[in-house]
Design a binder for this molecule. Structure first.
Ligand code: SF4
Length: 303
């Protein structure tokens, strides 16, 4: 227990130092994703800029307009967090740390170090307060899943990765027509020896739900931003499917930019105009932290 407490303190010191170093270098202002705060302990989120959209915001509307209304119109906090979200944050934070360490030392951390860092983050959070929806699973099985994902990633990618880091957890904002804006966070932006720039996104959910970048407008818009930021005509898009142990790749070119941005602007305008927010019952209701407030969800899934 003492060892875990010391490790947790070391992780927090690292996160604060990284955050401070980033603000000094101006590379990224995104706060490290930590799994500590539980939604139960969070106050209502501050109102979001009404005309600023992200992939999560658009996806929320697509999956359930009622949940979108709770989150983005009424600015309500979710009444519980899920273990999948907690696991995703712990894995993302560990990978952010791993590349920062690799760049600092000139050699990547080994899988044991990844595991130690992951466990310290996990212990510093409130995993026991997270909701476990799948019957056959427990907090412990998700923890084991995280360790396994990191171990395999270290062997498959990290150990031999020669790409240079441009930014980690890079937050960006893209101004669109009609006064709207799109914001995103790129897990890792990197460049290879030939000068090709890559947008890399880690997915920790079930492999069967992971879309490749040729099918993902999220990744393509991230690519469009990176192309402009880096002055590149082509961007390598990479989705790291952490559970499925595979890399899904696509090369995005600026030739498709106007079609992509115009379809994004159309969708944003539609969502921005919406005044009705029907409940869309689906298996996702099981994971929805707004269910206690949603009569349709409660009727189908219980509180
Ligand atoms: S419980 Fe289901 S229907 Fe209700 S807001 Fe959540 S996802 Fe939508």
């Amino acid at each position: 227990m003492t060892v875990l407490i010391i490790l947790a303190i070391a992780v927090l010191i690292f996160a604060v130092a990284r955050s401070s170093a980033r603000s000094k270098s101006g590379r990224s202002t995104a706060a490290p994703r930590r799994p500590y705060a539980t939604p139960e302990s969070r106050p209502a989120e501050p109102p979001r800029a009404p005309n600023t959209f992200s992939h999560s915001r658009l996806e929320k509307f697509e999956k359930c307009p009622k949940a979108y209304e709770f989150r983005y119109i009424k600015n309500m906090p979710e009444s519980f967090g899920t273990i999948e979200m907690f696991l995703g944050r712990a894995v993302h934070s560990t990978l952010e740390w791993a590349y920062a360490e690799r760049d600092r030392r000139g050699a990547p951390p080994c899988s044991k170090e990844l595991d130690t860092h992951f466990q310290a983050l996990w212990a510093a959070g409130n995993s026991q307060e997270m909701r476990v929806v799948k019957k056959a699973m427990s907090v412990g099985t998700y923890n084991a899943q995280g360790m396994e994902m990191l171990k395999r990633f270290e062997r498959r990618i990290l150990a031999g990765d020669k790409t240079q880091t441009i930014a980690l957890e890079k937050q960006f904002r893209m101004v669109l027509s009609g006064g709207a804006a799109f914001t995103g966070v790129i897990d890792r932006l990197a460049r290879d020896e030939a000068g090709m720039v890559y947008v890399i996104d880690y997915k920790t959910g079930s492999s069967r739900n992971v879309k490749g970048p040729s099918q993902s407008r999220q990744l393509q818009v991230y690519g469009a931003w990176a192309a402009e930021d880096q002055g590149a005509a082509r961007i390598g898009l990479r989705v790291e499917d952490m559970q499925g142990e595979r890399t899904l790749a696509h090369t995005w070119t600026t030739a498709s930019r106007s079609t992509l941005i115009s379809s994004l602007e159309t969708q944003i305008a539609e969502v921005g105009r919406a005044r009705k927010f029907p409940a869309l019952i689906s298996p996702l209701c099981g994971w929805c932290g707004y269910r206690p407030h949603c009569s349709a969800g409660r009727a189908s899934w219980g509180a």
